[in-house]
Design a protein around this ligand. Sequence first.
Ligand SMILES: Cc1cc2nc3c(=O)[nH]c(=O)nc-3n(C[C@H](O)[C@H](O)[C@H](O)COP(=O)(O)OP(=O)(O)OC[C@H]3O[C@@H](n4cnc5c(N)ncnc54)[C@H](O)[C@@H]3O)c2cc1C
Length: 397
Amino acid sequence: METKKTQVAIIGAGPSGLLLSLLLNKQGIDTVILERVTGNYVLGRIRAGVLEQGFAKLVRQAGAGHNMDTLGEVHHGVELAIDDKRVPIELTKLTGESVIVYGQVDITRDMMEEREKRGIEAIYEASNVQPHDVKSDNPYITYEKDGVKYKLECDYIAGCDGFHGVSRKTIPDELKTEYERVYPFGWLGLMSDTPPINDELIYAKTKRGFALASMRSKTRSRYYLQVPLTDKVEDWSDEKFWEELKKRMPKDAVKNLVTGKSIEKSIVPTRSFICEPLQYGNLFLVGDAGHIVPPTGAKGLNLAASDVATLYKILTRVYKQGDKKCIEQYSPIALRRVWNGVRFSWWMTDLLHNFGDDKDFYTQRMESSELEFFLNSEAGKKVIAEQYVGLPYEDLE
Ligand SMILES: Cc1cc2nc3c(=O)[nH]c(=O)nc-3n(C[C@H](O)[C@H](O)[C@H](O)COP(=O)(O)OP(=O)(O)OC[C@H]3O[C@@H](n4cnc5c(N)ncnc54)[C@H](O)[C@@H]3O)c2cc1C
């Protein structure tokens, strides 16, 4: 077995792992990333597209913000539509903040290129990645690459390996609590090279189910439909998708809809999942490895970024000031923001989707009354806007 050494070993080269490695590199802290699949495979995953300013600042700090700032679109508002009634939520007017629409694929590519340029090591197609002795002062990871077995010795391990990774499984069952809510529907997404239906995103609640009109640029649209979990992508031709979207988007928006051939179509299950704690010895769970949310509030990727921000501050303090004790702050600080994001995503998901017979008539009436209350009040809209643009990042003690 060949032995290698680094200060912080990072499992997973998704947005969390790449962002953390770039930030730590700026502080002179050495990292090695181990990724199970190829870089192209990572870039093939079409996912999030709405970035909070907190995330955008981190990406700039990491030295990978140039394309985001030149090609990304700053959005000052979003719309909620209840049947045909469109309600603008003026983010900047209500909060002074905005969001940036820039795809996860693009931000990942930018960070990959920056990593390569700066010579930060990443080992793609590393198999059987396994953390060991994470409670000790000498943790290490074993993995295989091209049939050769390796041992990577390190001080800390950042588990940035997504929901299905190995890091979370390293924490013994009796020491963690997992909270989960699985929703009885999925999101069918379609990407097309067509101009968006509207300048801002539209989140639409209708009796036929939820729909979202989103975008990646002025020429690329991303649309979603709430579908039963039993549906398969093959059940949805492009024509069928567009017809259903027309029935769910507000009528005066539909007249701007330009349809076209899909360039990607997929179904995402919707669920919330949170693991507590997010730290075990010298192992930290970051991003989807520790928590996932339904995409309704556009929070998944943004919560991953706030975890990275906290861990980055902690590891910088460890290496610059020798304060090893501060690692205990990671889980409580990260989880406070995570639970806020989980709550907002739950609220948006519950109120905007059609749960059919899963919700009794009384609950449905209460929910429409709650939505009406929020959307008819400046204070209510401000509460939505504050959460949509993202709560501030918490500092270390
Ligand atoms: C289909 C889909 C659509 C989404 N849409 C949205 C959206 O619209 N808005 C939003 O905010 N969020 C969305 N999300 C969530 C968002 O994409 C995630 O929150 C984000 O990708 C988290 O980044 P991450 O780096 O923590 O995890 P990931 O992106 O999952 O990256 C983890 C990486 O670890 C690697 N890995 C896994 N196991 C191992 C192992 N054993 N060894 C080595 N490497 C390993 C994986 O290959 C992967 O590259 C979506 C998620 C999905 C799945």
